[in-house]
Design a protein around this ligand. Structure first.
Ligand SMILES: C[S@@+](CC[C@H](N)C(=O)[O-])C[C@H]1O[C@@H](n2cnc3c(N)ncnc32)[C@H](O)[C@@H]1O
Length: 274
């Protein structure tokens, strides 16, 4: 096993645990729909690859039921602890956690029925290798459901804001500096086919939101937590982060606030070759 450094570029602190919870609630309906189309159901073994604090793992464990299993993989001991506590609180004993570095470690599983990875490949330095390792962990016919960005720069206000564009640029720069690639969704379909998957569906999500939309809270939370994280990483000055926060608040309270989200790609693929 490779040496595990616990953190990832967005951090594993309490504010990030809370942000991931909000994010899951806001994207949950789409995930449930994708899992249904992928055939996730009772009695299966389902993998949550890069589970974070495991908000999706809990839902997957309800789907898998008492005769099924969820195996949840992440590098962060802190996130995996949070998931184990939540599994106890929710009376879901069918969740197993594995601390791994997804950039190199074997998953140590074979014959699983399904796998799920959301906003994980974008943080890896060797994402293509993970596609092959997930293929090896699935049975033929097993489905892999993925959510990743494929055009992060679409994140913008409809009425252009140069200050907000500066923030999005800083996020992308610090992301790439940490070895990841925000637009990884563009590469994944080809890599999946190379690894013996058939791509069953590709669905882009690029919503235009107003502050009245519940989903508005998702990019808003990222601005709150992400700007502070950029300050902590030395990628943005505290003054600039405060100015960006003020710009976001001003736009939000304006009369014509409309925001385009960073474009997300949903991929459903099925393992075909043995
Ligand atoms: C944005 S979070 C997404 C968490 C979860 N999939 C979700 O949708 O809520 C990214 C996750 O990838 C994990 N991660 C990043 N790099 C990793 C690596 N090399 N090995 C294992 N996990 C990693 C982080 O610890 C974090 O939990």
């Amino acid at each position: 096993m490779t040496a595990l450094t616990d953190d990832y570029v967005l951090g594993t602190h309490d504010a990030e645990v809370a942000r991931l919870g909000l994010q899951h609630r806001l994207w949950r309906a789409r995930a449930l729909d994708a899992w249904r189309r992928a055939g996730f159901t009772a009695g299966q073994t389902l993998l949550d690859v890069g589970c974070g604090p495991g908000y999706a793992s809990l839902d997957l464990a309800e789907i898998a039921g008492p005769r099924g299993w969820v195996i949840a993989f992440d590098r962060s001991a802190r996130f995996l602890d949070a998931l184990r506590s939540a599994a106890v609180r929710n009376a879901l004993p069918n969740i197993a956690t594995r601390q791994v570095d997804l950039d190199g470690d074997d998953l140590g599983v074979s014959g699983a029925d399904g796998a799920w990875a959301r906003w994980v490949f974008a943080f890896l330095s060797k994402p293509r290798d993970l596609v092959a390792r997930v293929a090896a962990a699935l049975r033929p016919g097993g489905a892999f459901v993925i959510y990743e960005y494929f055009d992060y720069r679409t994140w913008s206000f409809m009425q252009q804001s140069s200050m907000f564009e500066e923030f999005v640029d800083a996020v992308i720069r610090s992301w790439r500096a940490s070895g990841g690639e925000p637009d990884i969704g563009r590469a994944l379909p080809d890599w999946l086919e190379e690894a013996g998957f058939r791509v069953v569906s590709l669905r882009p999500f690029i919503d235009v939101l107003t502050p009245a939309d519940d989903l508005w809270q998702w990019p808003k939370a990222f601005v709150d937590v992400g700007a502070q994280r950029l300050v902590d990483l030395g990628a943005l000055s505290a003054e600039r982060a405060a100015a960006i926060g003020a710009e976001f608040a001003a736009r939000e309270s304006g009369s014509a606030a409309r925001m385009v989200i960073p474009a997300v790609l949903e991929i459903v693929a099925v393992r075909t070759s043995p």
